[in-house]
Design a protein around this ligand. Structure first.
Ligand SMILES: Nc1ncnc2c1ncn2[C@@H]1O[C@H](COP(=O)(O)OP(=O)(O)OP(=O)(O)O)[C@@H](O)[C@H]1O
Ligand SMILES: [Mg+2]
Length: 256
């Protein structure tokens, strides 16, 4: 197989006090593909993303990004590696004291030397992509949850990252809006060819986007399979997950 692994977790363990959250995670992320991480609430999905970003240090094990151990690189190298990343945190993590425009413009101002004219062009293009034009001057507190999510997405994509991490990109969005976001993902991924790591509860729908699905259960990755193989798996844990989350077709639409 001609697959280039750009992120690798090797036996990653992490505890908080007496709670063992990650109990030996092994996971490979393939370049240009979409890997979906699924699993019940509190299993440690967001923790995996935070480990890859170098925001959390494992107690043991390795997190390799482009072959480099993310916790052992210098500050400068870490900054350099992070220029490849676009991140949407679960809570969107917008700066409350900044307008929508300034939130989306921030990575361009901090990490590029683009002129304000150029920045304005890129920001309005991304806001249009997310269908939130006209909200430039609003502050996060004046937006709905779904709008905040879309501003977060616009900001995550603003530097055309090589690797994107989306933690629950569609929570709080209605079905139509979620589908639109998925279309944006497919379109931009086809155009830019980025690698994506997505954590999502929106299981039946998001399966269409995924190249690989990894189920996190009891602190370990149960298996990382193509969506087809995942759905047909004989593994009892995967089987149960598929049956409970994908059984009734309407389940994802009922999610609040
Ligand atoms: N800083 C921390 N201190 C103590 N415990 C933590 C910390 N961060 C995470 N945890 C614990 O680690 C576990 C996994 O958390 P995580 O946020 O990764 O879950 P998740 O799978 O993303 O859940 P959800 O689907 O609800 O977002 C939880 O039990 C959480 O309480
Ligand atoms: Mg989470």
């Amino acid at each position: 197989m001609n697959e280039n692994i750009i992120i690798q977790l090797e036996d990653v363990r992490k505890s908080y006090g007496r709670q063992e959250v990650l109990k030996g995670i092994n996971l490979s992320i393939v370049e240009g593909k979409t890997t979906l991480i699924v699993g019940a609430s509190g299993q440690g999905k967001s923790q995996i993303i935070k480990h890859i970003l170098g925001l959390v240090k494992p107690d043991s094990g390795k997190v390799l990004v482009y072959g480099k151990e993310i916790n052992k690189v210098s500050k400068r190298e870490l900054k350099e590696i992070r220029t490849n990343f676009g991140v949407l945190f679960q809570n969107a993590a917008l700066f409350d004291s900044m307008t929508v425009y300034d939130n989306v413009a921030l990575p361009l101002r901090e990490r590029t030397k683009k002129s304000e004219d150029e920045i304005a062009r890129i920001v309005s293009e991304k806001l249009a992509l997310m269908d939130i034009e006209g909200s430039d001057d609003k502050y996060p507190a004046q937006l709905s949850g779904g709008m905040r999510k879309r501003v977060g997405l616009a900001r995550a994509l603003v530097l055309n990252p090589k690797i994107i991490f989306f933690d629950e990109p569609t929570t709080g969005l209605d079905v139509a809006k979620s589908n639109e976001i998925y279309r944006v993902f497919s379109r931009t991924q086809a155009r830019l060819g980025y690698t994506s790591v997505i954590v999502s509860h929106d299981v039946p729908k998001i399966f269409k986007l995924a190249d690989y699905v990894a189920l996190l259960h009891n602190g370990a990755i149960q298996d990382c399979l193509t969506p087809e193989k995942f759905q047909l798996s004989d593994d009892p844990v995967i089987k149960e997950f598929v049956e409970t989350t994908m059984g009734p077709l309407y389940s994802s639409e009922m999610e609040v």
